[in-house]
Design a protein around this ligand. Structure first.
Ligand SMILES: [Zn+2]
Length: 198
């Protein structure tokens, strides 16, 4: 039994989304069959208008719908602290903590030689330029605790070696509310190495 070809195309389109496999894609596509024409148009229009409504800030790479982004506010430009993140979404997660008042630099990904992502594809030149422009004293590296995240963090640290900036990286440790019994060895080892004064 074959699906109608447009339905098949829809399923394939949904499969492009992160974390969506065949089964989920089918579920989404079949669900849309229940929507009326108006709701479908609204959704289609929202997706179609993305490039007109949202763009990357020319300075930091975060998303914005204005000329200059909210994170590049003049008050933040003078703090001397810059946080390196992989994707624009990370900025919103860090803002939620209310711990950071500096500026961001979106790298646009993580180094991954296997996937052909080298330093030339990341916003390293922009990072170096903005460190000079805004007299940055500290660079906080807020990247994933994965092989790619570690590789990228190390690369950036080496790039910044010749500049007079302090490089710091987010501490890795125990998840809130966790019991030591349930924490994996790698996490515990990192939490131990990065222990803080109590
Ligand atoms: Zn910006």
């Amino acid at each position: 039994m074959r699906y109608p070809s447009h339905l098949l195309k829809l399923i394939q389109a949904f499969r492009k989304l992160p974390g969506v496999g065949n089964k989920s894609a089918e579920r989404f596509a079949f669900h849309l069959m229940n929507w009326d024409r108006g709701t479908l148009s609204e959704m289609a229009e929202l997706i179609k208008r993305i490039p007109d409504e949202i763009h990357s800030c020319a300075e930091c790479g975060c998303f914005t719908d204005k000329e200059s982004c909210q994170f590049c506010h003049p008050e933040r430009l003078t703090t001397g602290v810059l946080c390196v993140i992989a994707s624009p979404r990370d900025a919103y997660a860090i803002e939620e903590t209310r711990e950071f008042k500096g500026i961001y630099q979106v790298l646009g990904g993580l180094l991954s030689p296997l996937d052909g992502i080298g330093p030339d594809l990341l916003a390293i030149p922009s990072l170096l330029r903005r460190i000079q422009t805004f007299n940055v004293r500290e660079v906080v590296i807020a990247l994933d605790s994965t092989l790619e995240g570690d590789t990228t963090a190390l690369y950036i640290k080496r790039e910044l070696d010749s500049l007079s900036v302090i490089t710091s990286r987010l501490a890795f440790g125990l998840p809130m509310g966790s019991s030591l019994d349930y924490v994996d060895g790698g996490t515990l080892a990192r939490a131990f190495a990065g222990r803080g004064k109590f």
